[in-house]
Ligand binder design. Structure first.
Ligand code: AMP
Length: 217
């Protein structure tokens, strides 16, 4: 299956993608993760992207699209994929559609996660991520046993540079301006499935499976 996950930052797309990737045996590809890897490695793309990501702004469409379509060309994505965080603009969606059409494929579904802004601000400003295994915790809702340390692997918990309140608010505004129009674009193509992203992870997983007509585990 070829699926796109759309939703405001912090709506749990990454968490649900980790679940769906196992369920469907397709890779989860996060444009944010790909960009952060480029930034860590100090590549020319990473250097360019950093100023945008740090400010909570979008990285230019052509750059993100080239990066993602290149990744989709790898063998593990041939039979399907889950895209998390891409496309984020109508332009990116058009470029993705063209690129898939060249390979005579197309998307099967677009899952849109709905979550109120105040919940997102609370979630993201308290979010910490393990530098070792990538586990996500929340300083209030799921605090680590030892402050600053991952319960799973003991590595240091870090805060994403763009999880400060000011940048989260900017990311939400960017989502409303540039990504929300994409929902109608996909609805017009009969691909859009909406999922209420509030509640426990397992509840959201069940809703997502129901929307995709998958049997729940
Ligand atoms: P995320 O991890 O999905 O929250 O993405 C983190 C940041 O990476 C975003 O705030 C953007 O600056 C950038 N980014 C990720 N995906 C895209 C995309 N599809 N288009 C433009 N910028 C992106």
């Amino acid at each position: 299956m070829r699926i796109v996950l759309i939703g405001p930052p912090g709506a749990g797309k990454g968490t649900q993608a980790r679940f769906l990737t196992e369920r469907l045996s397709v890779p989860a590809i996060s444009s944010g993760d790909l960009l952060r890897a480029e930034i860590r490695e100090g590549t020319p793309l990473g250097q360019l992207a950093k100023q945008h990501t740090d400010a909570g702004e979008l990285v230019p469409d052509e750059l993100t699209t080239t990066m993602v379509t290149h990744r989709l060309g790898e063998p593990d994505a041939a039979a399907g994929f889950l895209l998390d965080g891409f496309p984020r603009t109508v332009r990116q969606a058009e470029l993705l559609e063209e690129s898939l059409a060249e390979g005579e494929t197309a998307l099967d579904a677009v899952l849109a996660f709905d979550m109120p802004d105040d919940e997102i601000v609370q979630r993201l400003t308290g979010r910490r991520i393990c530098s070792g295994c990538g586990t996500t915790v929340h300083m209030v809702f799921s605090p680590p046993r030892v402050p600053g340390q991952c319960d799973e692997c003991g590595n240091e918990l870090t805060r994403r540079a763009d999880d400060t309140e000011e940048t989260v608010l900017r990311r939400l505004a960017v989502y409303a301006e540039q990504t929300v129009p994409l929902l109608q674009w996909y609805a017009d193509r009969g691909l859009l499935l909406r999922v209420d992203a509030l509640g426990a992870v397992s509840e959201v997983t069940d809703r997502m499976c129901a929307a995709l007509s998958l049997m729940t585990p």
